[in-house]
Ligand binder design. Structure first.
Ligand SMILES: Nc1ncnc2c1ncn2[C@@H]1O[C@H](COP(=O)(O)OP(=O)(O)OP(=O)(O)O)[C@@H](O)[C@H]1O
Ligand SMILES: [Mg+2]
Length: 331
């Protein structure tokens, strides 16, 4: 854990070179995303709380994990939804013990907010905009005061590395407008979009263990051999997944998670069907089957259009494998 780098109002007394080295180590755990990692690191090491706004699968958790691992502090996850009451966030008294012993600090079971404050960790709230108003207000107080008062427990002070990091999906039905002005005014914001195709291919190679040295550092791309089945699968998985995001009948397409799973499923199907060359004539059919499993549940079609995820995938597949087969051809 860093000394100054993690404390509120950091910087003083800390060598710039040391901060740069830590930044370097954090970047090596994340593929691409140099700018987002740098901005997020600057915000949290300045002692600030943060909102990461971006669609699913765009490295938000990956970036925060890299930072908390480098700092050696815990991260507490919590999902923002209508059931997230202030008591769930803060903690509660164990009812059985309360009956026997009455209320005390000893029978208080801390919630993720109190855990994060006492252990100096990051409290990571996904889909913050879905949390009820009173829960957000509790959070605002903890952020503002870096302390909270818990009835029958007392005042709980946060360690200096405590941060609130929230995430939000801009395509969320519930909308981002639901966040009150007072929340917005207390959070710094980084907008994150989808990775580019090259970064997505590196992520798929790493996570699916295809075409890359599994022991390689996430930051290092081994330069995959385009003539292998594995590399054809990676290219097709990334291209078809990306096509789900721009298809006119789709409200929200698949994240890179769909590409990772499609690639892994395609690789297993190839084994099951005894296919090991990228030019095998059975490959296009195999890849279509993998797409239906890996992608059909991950795309949300526009309700106003009469179509299905399967039909959208068929169109995407035809576009890549029949209309422009040169794009999909090996090599
Ligand atoms: N930059 C990256 N480097 C390495 N792996 C990544 C990167 N981005 C995403 N991944 C991989 O893709 C998957 C999704 O990434 P991640 O969990 O960071 O997304 P997220 O933005 O937190 O998504 P959500 O909003 O759904 O929580 C993970 O399996 C992760 O390993
Ligand atoms: Mg996440």
């Amino acid at each position: 854990m860093p000394g100054a780098g993690a404390s509120a109002g950091a910087g003083a007394g800390r060598e710039a070179g040391e901060a740069a080295l830590a930044g370097e180590r954090i970047r090596s755990r994340v593929i691409g995303r140099e700018r987002e990692v740098e901005l997020a690191l600057a915000a949290v090491s300045a002692g600030r709380d943060l909102l990461l706004e971006g669609p699913p699968g765009t490295s938000k958790t990956t970036i925060l994990k890299a930072i908390t691992q480098e700092w050696g502090i815990p991260m507490f996850f919590i999902e923002g939804n209508a059931d997230l009451t202030p008591a769930k966030l803060v903690g509660h008294h164990n009812p059985a013990q309360v009956l026997r012993e009455d209320y005390s600090a000893e029978n208080f079971v801390p919630g993720p907010l109190v855990d994060a404050m006492q252990q100096g960790g990051f409290l990571y709230i996904e889909e913050l905009n879905r949390a009820p108003e009173d829960t957000m207000n509790t959070l605002l107080m903890a952020m503002g005061d870096r302390a909270i008062s818990v009835p029958r427990v007392g005042r709980i002070e946060a360690l200096p590395t405590f941060r609130v990091v929230a995430s939000m999906n801009p395509y969320d039905n519930i909308g981002t407008a639901r966040l009150s002005q007072s929340i917005h005014d207390r959070l710094n914001r980084i907008v994150i979009g989808y990775q580019d195709a090259e970064a997505e291919a590196r992520i798929v190679r790493l996570r699916a263990g295809l075409g890359a040295d599994p022991g390689a550092e996430p930051g290092a791309d081994p330069g995959a051999d385009p003539a292998t089945l594995g590399e054809r699968i990676v290219g097709d998985a990334v291209a078809t997944t990306r096509a789900t995001r721009t298809h006119p009948d789709v409200r929200q397409g698949s994240s890179v998670r769909g590409a990772i799973d499609t690639a892994m499923i395609a690789e297993r199907l190839a084994e099951l069907r005894g296919i090991d060359a990228p030019g095998d004539e059975r490959y296009p059919e195999l890849f279509y089957d993998a797409m239906t499993v890996g992608l059909s549940g991950r795309i949300h079609v526009d309700e106003a259009v009469e179509t299905t995820p399967e039909r959208v995938l068929r169109e995407i597949w035809e576009d890549r494998f029949i209309l422009q087969p040169s794009a999909a051809a090996p090599g």
